[in-house]
Design a protein around this ligand. Structure first.
Ligand code: 5GP
Length: 117
């Protein structure tokens, strides 16, 4: 169940400020407030989905394609397309998902090491 009482819903509506780097009809991208590496941007869906599984189950195919196309575009905008980057999606308690609104982390701008930092 999607709960509108989450920070990304407020960011989407402009009720909480964010440093946006890109937006279109399916995705909004902005810098993470607590970056864990030199470049740390979040791409969130405009649609109200709780996590990756919910997004894939509920969103129409064209929206899923457009969303991940936007993620790739943001990586390009950030200059980490060719230097390398990591995409991270936390889903549920074991992954430590903090905000229950579907999002992808784009991490890069420096060597990230193997898998988890
Ligand atoms: P999760 O663990 O849910 O995948 O990560 C949520 C991310 O959202 C965290 O990296 C956290 O720093 C970020 N975050 C939480 N609140 C805010 C906020 O108000 N503004 C921004 N820009 N990022 C936030």
């Amino acid at each position: 169940m999607y709960n509108k009482d989450n920070v990304f819903y407020k960011i989407l509506r402009g009720e909480i400020p964010s440093k946006r780097v890109y937006e279109d009809d399916v995705a909004v991208a902005f810098y993470d407030i607590e970056p864990c590496c030199r470049i740390h941007v979040l791409v969130i869906s405009r649609g109200l989905y709780t996590n990756f599984a919910d997004f894939v189950a509920q969103a129409p195919g064209h929206e899923i394609k457009s969303f991940f196309t936007a993620v790739a575009h943001v990586a390009d905008i950030l200059g980490v397309k060719d230097s390398g980057h990591r995409l991270l999606m936390n889903s549920g308690p074991d992954a430590g998902q903090e905000v229950e609104h579907f999002h992808v982390h784009i991490l890069g701008g420096e060597p990230l090491g193997k898998k988890l930092k």
